[in-house]
Write a protein that binds this ligand. Structure first.
Ligand SMILES: [Mg+2]
Length: 325
């Protein structure tokens, strides 16, 4: 029996064309039934409807943000999410071994792959798939304009990062369920190992262990970025390779507060601002999300991973253009 999978897409998304997915889909018409959606809410609603109608697999095309919208409709149902990763970073897709813009791998995962249950965590009841950040990393994504992102791709993060780095960063407090308190100027939580593209921030994180991994970095401005880079260059932080400025911990829930005003991001998108006196609650959803993963994750070498990183790629393009000037 030929399996036709419903595919949720935003027909107007530029990434559909930029990533080459549109052309690929033209060659795989028989595998999918396209389900056009009008908005993030519409996409979530359609995902839920299809799951309730008994579809075993519901695919979504997009970056981490779009996948999250689909996941919100599917969490707790029997339907598995099929991922066609056509965004800029595609961190969740890489985490699951599907890679970025590897549509043949994605299709194989849907048709012949395994089904995996994945934890979903929320910040103030808003779910995220891969990571959450409180502090300068959120201020960076808040400042990135769509125009800058269009022109520079992932390199926009670096340019904006330099702008944010010169600011003062308030102290953020994280409180664990047992009352333990830790303080930092940047807190990053990961459901999996990856933070941006292929870059690993948490060496030992798993998306199915019921826990979030967190790095609490206590540094001034620029050194925060060096701390993050340091963790990435070591293929992820462990308790034995982090500097004295970074604390690592894992938890099922926690609370975050700050003496100052702190931005936060979910899956690389600006999600909100925490003001003094306010608390953000991080929790795990009781239900998990089923996803389609390949039987064998796509193999990549460490250097291949580095060179394939969208930031490295964007910088190369940027430098090439600058040379042409
Ligand atoms: Mg985990």
């Amino acid at each position: 029996m030929h399996l036709t999978v419903p595919l949720l897409i935003n027909p107007k998304a530029g990434s559909l064309f930029r990533s080459g997915l549109k052309a690929w889909l033209d060659e795989h018409r028989d595998d999918f039934t396209l389900v056009p959606t009008r908005s993030a809410e519409d996409l979530t609603a359609r995902a839920r409807e299809l799951a309730e109608a008994g579809e075993p697999v519901i695919a979504a095309a997009g970056g981490d943000g779009t996948l999250m919208n689909a996941a919100q409709g599917l969490v707790g149902t029997n339907a598995a999410l099929g991922i066609l990763p056509c965004g800029t970073m595609n961190v969740f897709s890489r985490e699951l071994g599907i890679g970025s813009r590897r549509f043949d791998v994605a299709l194989d995962a849907i048709k012949n792959g395994a089904r995996q249950e994945v934890d979903i965590f929320t910040v103030n009841d808003r779910p995220f798939l891969q990571m959450a950040g409180f502090g300068p990393d959120a201020s960076i994504v808040k400042l990135i304009t769509p125009k800058l992102k269009r022109n520079m791709g992932a390199a926009a993060h670096i340019v904006t990062g330099l702008k944010v780095a010169v600011r003062h960063h308030p102290v953020i407090t994280i409180t664990l369920p047992d009352g333990t308190e830790m303080q930092g100027t940047q807190i990053i939580m990961g459901n999996g190992k990856r933070y941006g593209g292929e870059a690993h921030l948490f060496a030992n994180a798993r998306y199915d262990d019921g826990k979030l991994d967190a790095a609490i970095i206590y540094q001034e401005s620029m050194p925060i970025l060096f701390e993050i880079l340091g963790c990435m260059l070591q293929r992820g932080a462990t308790s034995s390779n982090v500097s004295q400025f970074t604390n690592l911990c894992t938890f099922e829930s926690c609370e975050i507060s700050s003496e100052g005003t702190v931005d936060y991001q979910l899956d690389g998108d600006y999600a909100g601002t925490l003001h003094p006196g306010e608390t953000a609650t991080i929790r795990r959803l009781p239900q998990r999300l089923r996803v389609c993963i390949p039987r064998t994750p796509i193999p990549t070498t460490p250097i291949g991973r580095l060179m394939a990183h969208p930031m490295v790629d964007a910088w190369r393009t940027f430098l090439r253009r600058a040379q042409d000037f």
